[in-house]
Design a protein around this ligand. Structure first.
Ligand SMILES: [Mg+2]
Length: 380
């Protein structure tokens, strides 16, 4: 990654955690903003055209529960009954049923999962927000319940377990508080192994990998600019996740979503080494390196000593667009199962589904219970 152009040090001063942006840069951003109002072209497709930004905002609206008319998968029923509420409801039920048929509940497929794990080591990968914790207005208060923590702790007793999150690793650790787990923060760009040895024989302590470390000063700089440039929009929250940033739309009036997305895009035009992706009521800013939750999953499997598909059954549970990278890895490798947490039909590479975090908790409990009984019976 020696060829990556990190912003020159003359443009910023790092000290006591603060970043000072040159007046020239802020002025340039203001000029772009005043002239273009978000219409500045990117030329490389990374930060997206105006059309793409608005489609992201539309997609965010569609995937942001609760919405009774959520239709993430477009209906194919184009007849003249579209304005008839009964007909629309019927179509939605049909879509829901056919989606569940093609992505059955992991709770009802437990026997199949158990059978598939025969002679293999299950390795558990868990997203955090919307998977172990509810989606809440204030991202700093996305606490997991004690019951969920106990379920994760129990499952980690039997299977190597990793939390894979877009959050800063330290922050997600503060939420989960289980030292026996692997943590992959910043969308997998900040990986650390357990700080407490468990009974898992193959766990190697001290795994540490940060493929985007050199982007840290650039991320600090963009964080400072984004906070400044978006402060006029009520409710906006920019979260610093160490090697990536999140711009939260959760508390922003929907009428301001387009303006906020445009603001973010304008700032990113100055940083071609960063890219934007969209999640649930959030825009994520990440280095353009080829690293995502799927790569983190592969790295962790390798670190755990399971490069061979015959020895391991990875299970990945997540609710967000960024989790699709991990689902796709599992699908492409023909290995393990991706489990999407969603109440609504969505395009996904996952095999199974769970409706909400409480079902994730039930699934983890059932899996641990089965393993406990199995091991007792085996006299282990
Ligand atoms: Mg999530």
């Amino acid at each position: 990654m020696a060829n990556q152009n990190v912003a020159s040090s003359s443009e910023m001063k790092l000290g006591n955690g603060c970043v000072t942006i040159s007046m020239n840069k802020l002025q340039r951003l203001n000029e772009i903003h005043n002239i273009g109002g978000g219409g500045g072209g990117d030329g490389d497709g990374r930060t997206g055209t105006g059309t793409r930004m608005s489609s992201w905002v539309e997609s965010m609206r569609a995937s942001s529960p609760p919405r009774s008319n959520n239709k993430t998968i477009t209906t194919t029923n184009n007849n003249n009954n579209n304005n008839n509420p009964a007909s629309v409801s019927q179509t939605q039920n049909h879509n829901q049923n056919s989606w569940i048929a093609s992505h059955p509940s992991a709770l009802t497929m437990l026997e199949e999962i158990k059978n598939a794990s025969k002679g293999k080591q299950i390795v558990m990968f868990l997203d955090y927000d919307g998977t172990l914790s509810p989606i809440v207005e204030d991202p700093d208060r996305a606490f997991m319940s004690d019951k969920m923590r106990f379920a994760v702790k129990t499952v980690a007793r039997y299977f190597p377990t990793a939390i894979v999150s877009g959050r800063c690793r330290d922050k997600v650790y503060d939420f989960v508080k289980l030292p026996e787990l692997y943590y992959a923060g910043s969308h997998g760009m900040d990986i650390k192994g357990p700080t407490k040895i468990t009974k898992q024989k193959k766990i190697k302590n001290a795994v540490m990998y940060q493929p985007a470390a050199e982007f840290s000063p650039m991320i600090d700089e963009v964080y400072t600019i984004l906070v400044e440039e978006t402060k006029s929009i009520p409710g906006v929250r920019v979260e610093h996740n160490k090697f990536c940033l999140s711009v939260h739309f959760r508390c922003v009036d929907e009428n301001n979503w387009d303006a906020l997305a445009d603001q973010v895009k304008v700032v990113l035009t100055e940083y071609p080494k960063l890219k934007l992706t969209q999640g649930r009521k959030v825009l994520e800013i990440r280095p353009t390196i080829k690293w995502d939750k799927g790569k983190a999953l592969e790295f962790l499997l390798e670190s755990l000593g399971y490069p061979n598909a015959n020895q391991v059954l990875p299970l990945y549970i997540g609710d967000d667009q960024t989790d699709e990278d991990a689902f796709k890895v599992l699908r492409d490798r023909g290995q393990g199962f991706g489990i999407l947490v969603s109440k609504f039909p969505k395009e996904t590479n996952a095999t199974y589904s769970l409706q909400e975090p409480s079902e994730v908790k039930d699934f983890l409990r059932e899996l641990a219970k089965w393993k406990r009984v199995f091991m007792r019976r085996d006299g282990r």
